[in-house]
Design a protein around this ligand. Structure first.
Ligand SMILES: [Zn+2]
Ligand SMILES: [Zn+2]
Length: 335
């Protein structure tokens, strides 16, 4: 037990020599976020957890318990605020340099404006996708709470992928794995076959693909990139992956293949939805995720929409479905 009365000892565990896992509970259905601390000459933290007044004390206490003093580097897997939200505070407290992929810069360095721009863009896209206005308004209202809880953070070193960086007494290889976000990276410890996989690879869930709003380099969805980034992991010899949420993954290649099959099946089901007369992105989303029908509006509705759009755009590219327009509304039919 520490000064704040929080029992942090149970949150910190050793997963290897001088590699600590810090398990931060979060008030979200993902339940936790994992941070990893590599001790040694260049103490380094992988991901920071979210910034939230109720969580800040817990995160700082857990890091102190794990021996955070003198942190040299904060390596971020991606810009989502559950992973990067505390970066500014921890960097100010310790002097650590913040390192992230260069594509993650807008959402980290000017997070409040960027999130606001994104939600405005999502709102304007909603009508095209047939997403009911009252659900959209509610979901984006909920999301705006996060904008007020976000703190911008300067990135000291911008990555491009393929670099080797110091962490503890080890060297991490930066593996660019776009899709969940444009600049998502995993960090690979080649000698030990360990991969810090962020949200790219998790044990029992697959991450939501990015919805690029406005479109980015010709892409609206990050789903095709995400699938390529999954296939990329076949080239890595990984004995264990440590994800951003949930427990470690020991059968990494099996998990990769399961996730690829999962997306194949979802693509098939998306095609089936269009064949069965679902016309808008939202109608197909309800076909794929019928459970959201009975739920009060929350972020799951938007996640279902994003994921469905990703699959529809892949099917369009494959010329398996056709998109037409009714005014602003996108309407799909079998090709
Ligand atoms: Zn994420
Ligand atoms: Zn996450």
């Amino acid at each position: 037990m520490t000064t704040s009365g929080i029992d942090v000892a149970g949150m910190v565990g050793e997963i290897g020599e001088d590699i600590l896992h810090i398990d931060i509970p979060i008030p979200h259905q993902l339940q936790n976020v994992n941070l990893y601390l590599l001790r040694g000459e260049y103490p380094a933290l992988i991901d920071t957890g979210p910034y939230h007044p109720l969580l800040e004390g817990t995160i700082v206490e857990a890091l102190r318990f794990a021996g955070m003093e003198g942190l040299e580097f904060i390596y971020l897997t991606h810009s989502h605020i559950d992973h990067s939200g505390m970066a500014a505070r921890l960097s100010a407290m310790t002097g650590a340099k913040v390192v992230a992929h260069r594509y993650e810069r807008p959402r980290i360095e000017r997070v409040n404006e960027r999130l606001r721009e994104e939600y405005e863009c999502y709102s304007s896209m909603s009508s095209r996708m047939g997403f009911p206005e009252e659900i959209a308004a509610h979901v984006f209202d909920l999301a705006s709470v996060w904008i007020s809880l976000s703190e911008p953070c300067r990135i000291d070193t911008r990555l491009g992928g393929g670099e080797k960086v110091r962490a503890g007494d080890r060297e991490l290889e930066v593996v660019h794995t776009p899709g969940h976000t444009a600049g998502h990276v995993c960090y690979y410890l080649r000698e030990e076959g360990l991969l810090f996989s962020g949200d790219h690879l998790m044990r029992s869930i697959t991450p939501n693909p990015e919805l690029y709003c406005p479109p980015w380099r010709g892409n609206i969805t990050g789903l095709p990139q995400f699938l390529d980034s999954l296939r990329l992991l076949r080239d890595y010899d990984v004995s264990c992956a440590y994800p951003g949420h949930g427990r470690a993954i020991h059968k990494v290649q099996k998990r990769v293949e399961i996730n690829l099959v999962h997306h194949e099946r979802r693509l098939e089901k998306t095609r089936e939805g269009v064949d069965n007369g679902c016309r808008t992105v939202w109608e197909v989303a309800l076909y794929l995720f019928p459970q959201v029908r009975s739920k009060p509006p929350d972020v799951d509705h938007f996640l279902a929409l994003k994921e469905t759009l990703g699959h529809l755009l892949i099917l369009e590219e494959m010329e398996e479905v056709k998109r037409g327009y009714e005014g602003d509304l996108w309407v799909y039919e079998p090709a």
